[in-house]
Design a protein around this ligand. Sequence first.
Ligand SMILES: Cc1ncc(COP(=O)(O)O)c(C=O)c1O
Length: 436
Amino acid sequence: MGKSQQLYNKAKKMIPGGTQLLSKRPEMFLPDLWPAYYETAKGCEVWDLDGNKYVDMSYMSLGACILGYADQDVNAAVKYAVDKGSASTLNCYEEVELAELLLDIHPWAQMVRYARTGGEAMSIAIRIARAATGKDIILFCGYHGWHDWYLAANLADDKALDGYLMPGLSPKGVARGLQGTSRPFIYNNTEEFLALVEKYRGKIAAVVVETVRNYEPKPEFLETIRQVTKKLGIAMICDEVSSGWRLNVGGAHLKYGISPDIAVFAKAISNGFPMGAIIGKAEVMNAAQDTFISSTYWTERIGPAAAIATIKKMQENNVPEHLIKIGQKVQSGWKKLAEKHNLDISVSGIAPLGHFSFNYDNALAIKTLFTQLMLEKGYLATNAFYASFAHKEEHINRYIDAVDEAFEFISKSLKNKNVEDDLKGPICHAGFKRLE
Ligand SMILES: Cc1ncc(COP(=O)(O)O)c(C=O)c1O
């Protein structure tokens, strides 16, 4: 057992769940063996506490580090902000520069507010939408964070049924009075959306969508939401926390020709430094003045400085084009190698946020074995790949060779019915299920 694993065992005794983000728990990857902590992360490489080096072909900090770890240009902007004072009684001017940049990229929007994480930025968007419309109900599809407005969807009439709409997201601790205030619908299911609009007519504050995630939107899906919400005076909110900046510089809604009332950014907008932005039409955003939305660290300087540097670098280098190319290469590599080794997998996700699943009863055990084999070859790998600007052709080529060997091993292991026997530790945990 290395230093990382020992430290994680210690952490679990003091930090409930061991980490602050479900998706960074080692149990989600390779229980007992995953190098839980890093000393250094640079480009797409990571060094653990024992000095082992890995190429990160997994989540790149869950999609936050779109340019790669410790990007020198973003770091330079942040170091300048730190040296000049990261906070003071006065506000940082970078907030205004960032607002201009965001509004220039999204001409449909006129106003901006800031937060520091995706979930809280989404909560702000919901509060503004409710304040602007005077209504309560939220219809949504996709994942939007941990806050009460969202988890309320998992409160059922019968306590025993709590959690049934979105498995794995427990609403324990969310006030039962919020039951019925948010309702999910399935992405691309226009009929289901229209039925919900009918059911809650006159009570809906906002319709929230992850603009794109696992599937491209059907031609009429986003447009119908836009038309219906406009007609009924409902705020349309595009959650771009994961979809933003990957297909184009800005929100993915620009690519699909949709002008929402509000769009929300976080994660990739600032390449690993905390930042979130809520942009929107003036008539909706002004409602932020009619309610109380305020927090000390939403005014610090590092986030806006990092976001400005990140966005400028994305613009200068056409980063999304690179992410799409690299992501496509990985997805087609998975497909070809699965075919070569007779493995039944399904590949999905937009090119920069690809993932695959093993179509077997013991899928979790096979996924664990894949991670184990890849870790032994020097990769942080799971059944997903979030592309970054730091991933170059040579990383992908070497990764594909490693996957070739791993898939060959798995294929043999499946034939001999000993996947579990080939594991050196327990099977990984399943995450929560996103409502697709
Ligand atoms: C679409 C979307 N919205 C919101 C969030 C929550 O963001 P955060 O984890 O920064 O709170 C996420 C995180 O995965 C996300 O993918």
